[in-house]
Design a binder for this molecule. Structure first.
Ligand SMILES: [Zn+2]
Length: 171
């Protein structure tokens, strides 16, 4: 398993928290944003362990990839579900893919998995099953049916109800 030399892993904080990454022997990429989120003792211990082995590579994603990820996540209705850290992970994976590597994002976050899937990037869930198909969402008002034009809208401009995320029908 995992014998392809160009295959690399991109890890988020959940991958570090569970200790799941300790078993990997290949380069593990992550972003400074993820590292700055690691504060609990257990995760810090895991982080120290993978740092010592020299497997961990901390890299800031390119602005171009960040912009592309931001746009795509807005297009598919996931932008609200993603933190800046989540976006950084996805952008880094995109950078690595453009460098000719085969990145696998290790994450339990469904929104990250969904953006990855829409981009054709591989992901590996940790404690969950992971999503099986790429999904697209729209933001709608449950009361009057208003459809938000922007993913960042939170309340219905017509009747004031809280907008909800709804999966669009795929053929
Ligand atoms: Zn409404």
């Amino acid at each position: 398993m995992f014998e392809n030399k160009t295959r690399v892993f991109v890890i988020d904080s959940s991958a570090i928290f569970t200790g799941y990454v300790s078993q990997f022997t290949l380069p593990l990429y992550t972003t400074p944003q993820v590292i700055s989120e690691i504060k609990d003792e257990k995760s810090l211990t895991v982080l120290e362990t993978i740092k010592i082995t020299g497997k961990l590579i901390i890299k800031t994603p390119s602005r171009k990839s960040l912009e592309k990820i931001t746009k795509l996540s807005k297009d598919i209705g996931e932008f609200q579900s993603l933190s800046n850290t989540d976006l950084s992970i996805l952008a880094l994976a995109l950078d690595l893919q453009l460098e000719g590597k085969k990145p696998v994002i290790v994450t339990d976050d469904y929104a990250i998995q969904n953006v990855a899937k829409n981009l054709g990037l591989d992901f590996q869930p940790i404690r969950t099953r992971g999503i099986e198909e790429a999904r697209k969402y729209i933001i709608v008002c449950p009361a009057c049916g208003y459809v938000a034009k922007k993913d960042i809208e939170k309340y219905c401009p017509k009747c004031g109800h809280k907008l909800i995320k709804k999966r669009t029908r795929t053929s």
